[in-house]
Design a protein around this ligand. Structure first.
Ligand SMILES: [Zn+2]
Length: 155
């Protein structure tokens, strides 16, 4: 095999290293799937989650959006200085999903949202209980979008 090439574990094509994303936990520091397969894999995984577990899917989207908003580099009007105390979006998601009361409220609201043909105002959203504080443990609850939006900023 030529130097700087690799066979994709999914499509079996021999491709140059530039066709693979960097990944720190593999021997050659490259992903085992080529970029196209990588994108396809995650797109399908997301579609599956959306179909099979809409509550989790919506929470994933909200957590990633909120985490982006919590970055110091994020400064869209009205969203400045909203901190996020979690290290990454994944740990933020897990903390909420493992909170049984939060999770049950989130699932119940998702059922209402789905039963109403995904009308946006019924979508479950992350509400900061004290709007002066950021996305941090103990300051987050579920509110349907139409109630949350009346209080200002929504994730
Ligand atoms: Zn591939």
């Amino acid at each position: 095999m030529k130097a700087d090439t690799k066979i994709c574990n999914r499509c079996d094509q021999l491709l140059s290293y530039s066709s693979f994303y960097n990944q720190c936990n593999t021997k050659d520091k490259k992903s085992n799937y080529c970029k196209d397969c990588h994108k396809d894999y995650y797109r399908k995984r997301t579609e599956r989650l959306k179909r099979d577990d809409p509550a989790k899917y919506l929470l994933v989207k909200s957590c990633y959006a909120a985490f982006e908003r919590g970055k110091p580099t994020y400064n869209r009007d009205g969203y400045e200085n909203i901190g996020c105390s979690f290290d990454n979006a994944r740990s933020f998601l897990e903390a909420l999903w493992n909170d049984e009361i939060f999770r049950n409220e989130w699932i119940a609201q998702t059922d209402i949202y789905v039963a109403n043909n995904n009308i946006y105002k019924y979508r479950p959203t992350l509400d900061r209980i004290n709007p002066e504080l950021g996305y941090e443990e103990g300051n987050i609850r579920m509110l349907p979008q139409h109630i949350n939006v009346s209080r200002g900023k929504v994730a």
